[in-house]
Design a protein around this ligand. Structure first.
Ligand code: SF4
Length: 596
């Protein structure tokens, strides 16, 4: 710290100013997720984190790369081991966001407490869909923390993980988060929230045992008590655009953006009588609209809105983003909606082709109405998407409409080619597959939707020819890495994305894991792998043996390395992109979509 009246220029703080380069995007290994055991060392590291955070650029959220690199520097200069990296990252993140949390009134803050802090043997509380319903029995500290926060005006949840938190924040019920959790959950769950620019302070639990855990409760209280102070800094945030994308699919706004042409009752208004209560000509529209409003992350329309905003002054991510987002023109919203309509069409057809049973917690359309009706609804959605874009002529220059339609048509045909290749492989007797062929299918199936969503937003803002090549490469790397991550999730017993372990093998999908296993296994095991899936052996035994052969071939590590490679390449494409807001959007997309 400079002495009072010392007018020499302050020496740069290495932990705050040293340039950082992207380290690995792989999950942090357990060995560097230890909590400093003594209170004194925790306090020293925390104080240093506040000093470093005060010197950082607060105009943009701190991404994981920078957070990790600066936390490493703090540990090195403090002679502390790398073991405390995860803990120090949390401390630095909390210090970085402290002012933005302070600028959020109490009633707009959410306190997230972990249920494992309770006294597991004595606790009489039950759960509902939002978490633990504490009965204030006094057997643990949760009751006191909750009561104290609620008195100040906080919303409080005793739950774990980000999905419900993200729902609350994107639903517009809270603007900042104070969270207590173990380092595993903090790394896995809160990263998306932080990347989106949601102010968040967290305190790690002392261990990850999930039972009768403890933490620095006085720090939690101190965070809860953070007094309200209007902001001195503004940090860009995507929250307003994420909320906008979600709102567009609320019934009132959606029906205003894309009015029904047939009218009549919605499916919900038939009081359970379903199609029988509908005019047969209006039934397809009713099923399609019901499906469109049912669920989904609305990631693609967000991409279109955010790309448009990035090219038109980046107002919706700035200080008064909540007001500015209302200024996004109707034409942009309608095209963003169309992007989601195409996505939903592909989901309906995918569900039929894979015979999936559920989507968004409901029976899939083909299971509910039959395959012919579901295919027809998918076709209707494709037509609706093209119609919504085409109808923007007059509000949008004809060449812009034509360019967007051409990009959508290109995306559509490539996606169908990728899906066709996958189906052909599934039905083939020969299950040989080269890694390059698997990656080609991934690029065709996953990248075009990202690319079309990005391109549409850019083209709505003006000429976009110069961006065609870079966003094509960016979307390809992102799509491939995203698909490989999904494949890896398929084989992780504790993955939230996983429905059934090894579902890709049982469903006959051509994956990079399969291709790598064929490439790296000795001949005998390679033959065994191919005959395994051809036999009618019990699913559990097949999956278990395939998992062993995958391990033997080292496919999990190879695939994880490939994710890192494509993640890095996507960021390298972004490095050369101008203007700054668009470049930062691409970083955000790469990091948040590939975050696990
Ligand atoms: S205070 Fe609440 S959470 Fe803690 S043991 Fe009692 S009922 Fe359970």
């Amino acid at each position: 710290m400079s002495a009072p009246f010392d007018d020499r220029p302050a020496r740069p703080d290495p932990a705050a100013s040293a340039p950082v380069s992207p380290p690995s995007s792989a999950p942090t290994p357990d060995r560097i997720k230890r909590v400093p055991p003594s209170r004194v060392s925790r306090e020293r590291l925390r104080a240093r984190a506040f000093e470093v955070a005060a010197k950082l650029d607060t105009s943009r959220p701190l991404d994981r790369y920078e957070l990790e690199a600066r936390a490493r520097l703090i540990l090195e200069e403090s002679n502390q081991p790398e073991d405390y990296l995860g803990w120090t990252m949390v401390a630095l993140g909390a210090a970085f966001w402290r002012d933005r949390v302070a600028a959020t009134p109490y009633h707009r803050r959410l306190l997230l407490l972990p249920h494992c802090l309770r006294n597991a043997d004595a606790c009489p509380a039950r759960y509902n869909e939002f978490g633990l319903l504490c009965k204030d029995c006094g057997a643990c500290g949760l009751s006191e923390l909750r009561g104290h926060a609620e008195k100040l005006g906080y919303n409080v949840l005793i739950a774990e993980g980000s999905p419900v938190v993200m729902q609350i924040i994107l639903g517009g019920h809270a603007d900042a988060l104070i969270g207590v959790s173990c380092l595993n959950v903090l790394e896995g769950s809160l990263e998306k929230i932080l990347l989106a620019g949601v102010p968040c302070m967290a305190v790690p639990l002392f261990d990850s045992t999930c039972r009768d855990t403890e933490t620095d409760e006085d720090w939690v209280r101190e965070m809860i008590d953070t007094p309200y102070e209007p902001s001195r800094h503004e940090t860009h945030t995507y929250v307003h655009l994420l909320r906008c994308a979600k709102r567009m699919f609320q019934p009132e706004e959606f029906e205003w953006l894309v009015p029904r042409t047939r009218g009549g009752p919605t499916l919900a208004e038939t009081n359970g009588r379903g199609l029988a209560a509908l005019d047969p000509v209006a039934a397809t529209e009713a099923i399609a609209y019901d499906f469109l409003l049912r669920g989904g992350k609305r990631a693609r329309p967000f991409v279109t809105l955010a790309a448009y905003d990035a090219m038109t002054g980046s107002r919706a991510t700035g200080a008064d983003g909540a007001e500015q987002v209302a200024e996004i023109p109707e034409v942009v919203r309608r095209v963003a909606v169309a992007i989601e309509v195409f996505h939903k069409a592909s989901l309906v057809h995918d569900d039929v082709e894979d015979d999936d049973s559920h989507r968004y917690g409901h029976a899939t359309l083909h299971r509910k109405f039959g395959a012919p009706t579901a295919i027809n609804v998918g076709d209707y959605l494709i037509g609706l998407g093209y119609r919504v874009v085409a109808e923007q002529r007059g509000r949008l220059a004809a060449d812009a409409v034509a360019d967007i339609l051409a990009q959508l048509a290109e995306a559509h045909t490539r996606l169908s080619e990728g899906q066709g290749a996958e189906l052909a492989w599934r039905d083939a007797r020969n299950k040989r597959l080269a890694p390059l062929d698997a990656l080609t299918i991934y690029a065709l199936k996953t990248a075009p939707a990202f690319e079309a969503a990005l391109y549409a937003g850019l083209r709505l803002a003006g000429p976009a020819e110069a961006y065609r090549q870079p966003i094509n490469r960016f979307a390809r790397h992102l799509g491939v890495a995203f698909q490989i991550l999904n494949d890896l999730d398929d084989w992780q017993a504790d993955s939230p994305q996983r429905r059934t372990t090894g579902a890709d093998v049982l469903g006959g999908r051509p994956t990079i894991l399969w291709a790598m296993a064929l490439e790296h296994l000795p001949n005998a095991e390679r033959d065994e792998l191919q005959t395994l899936v051809a036999q009618a052996a019990p699913a559990g035994a097949t999956v278990q043996r395939v998992a062993e052969l995958y391990r033997q071939a080292g496919v999990y590590q190879r695939a994880a390395a490939l994710v890192e490679k494509h993640h890095r390449r996507a960021r390298e494409v972004a490095d050369a992109i101008q203007p700054d807001p668009l470049r930062h959007l691409l970083y955000y997309l790469a990091d948040s979509i590939l975050e696990r």
